[in-house]
Design a protein around this ligand. Structure first.
Ligand code: IPE
Ligand code: IPE
Ligand code: MG
Length: 245
């Protein structure tokens, strides 16, 4: 039994956040500490992504959004980007049959047209095979940046205003949400950032207006299911007011 479940036996009021976001950070430092190339950290981090995803689904999280590659990560050395693309390909090939028993539905958020055609095909196939699964929705943020997501929404809304499909007065907070990659999903309740960085790094800016943040000084490859439980317990200790009293 996990830490959360043990506490829940004592306090039945504890809840699981509906939507958790995770900034999977710290792979490079994890590798460096061990005298390994950064890419070795990405390999272990990708493995951990699987463990944590399964765990979140098992404990009843409904939506999990993981930040895998940002619009800014293309700035990294070519060999690191190439190694990451190779890892994504390998994981997506496995994802086609993976997460089946967990009934996880996989969705990609971000501009996936930037990837090579093989990867784009895998992305489409992965979404297609899992689209009717009833379990947790797993959003994988790849070539994702919240600013570019917002710019894309503005362009799409403007186009509709120009061609008369929408009126200016139709634009409200809900409509903007509906033009984001996460359209139709609840906003994240809890955002976890391992690796000790106190920043958002362009992740879910619009959606996280009232999310609770948990920053942990643990590098992503070491981030365990107990750490998820601790983050959820920390979330339960917060008083969410949404601007009220
Ligand atoms: C996160 O780990 C993975 C990606 C951004 C792709 P990092 O590679 O950013 O690891 P650190 O932050 O340099 O340790
Ligand atoms: C954020 O981590 C992106 C992902 C984890 C995919 P970064 O390592 O890119 O963020 P910064 O550069 O530390 O802000
Ligand atoms: Mg980083």
């Amino acid at each position: 039994m996990g830490l959360f479940q043990k506490k829940k036996e004592i306090d039945n009021n504890l809840i699981i956040p509906v939507h958790i976001g995770i900034i999977m950070d710290g792979n490079g430092r994890w590798a460096k500490k061990r005298g390994l190339p950064r890419t070795a950290g990405h390999t272990v981090g990708a493995k951990n992504f699987r463990t944590i995803t399964r765990y979140c689904s098992k404990i009843g999280v409904k939506y999990l959004t993981v930040y895998a590659f940002s619009t800014e990560n293309w700035k990294r050395p070519q060999e690191e980007v190439t190694a990451l693309m190779k890892l994504f390909k390998q994981y997506l090939q496995e994802a086609l049959t993976d997460f089946l028993e967990d009934d996880i539905k996989i969705k990609f958020i971000g501009d996936t047209t930037a990837f090579n055609s093989e990867l784009q095909q895998l992305i489409m196939d992965t979404e297609e095979v899992s689209k009717n699964r009833p379990g947790m929705v797993l959003n994988i943020a790849m070539n994702y940046g919240s600013r570019s997501e917002i710019v894309r929404a503005i362009k799409n809304i403007s186009e509709k205003v120009c061609n008369g499909e929408l009126k200016i007065d139709d634009i409200n907070e809900k409509l903007v949400s509906d033009y984001l990659y996460t359209a139709g999903q609840p906003d994240p309740d809890l955002i976890i950032r391992p690796s000790g960085e106190y920043r958002i790094s362009n992740f879910l800016l619009y959606q996280s207006a009232y999310a609770e943040y948990v920053i942990d000084n643990i590098l992503w490859p070491d981030y365990s299911t107990d750490d998820i439980d601790r983050a959820i317990l920390e979330y339960n200790s917060r008083n969410r007011r949404f601007g009220g009293v």
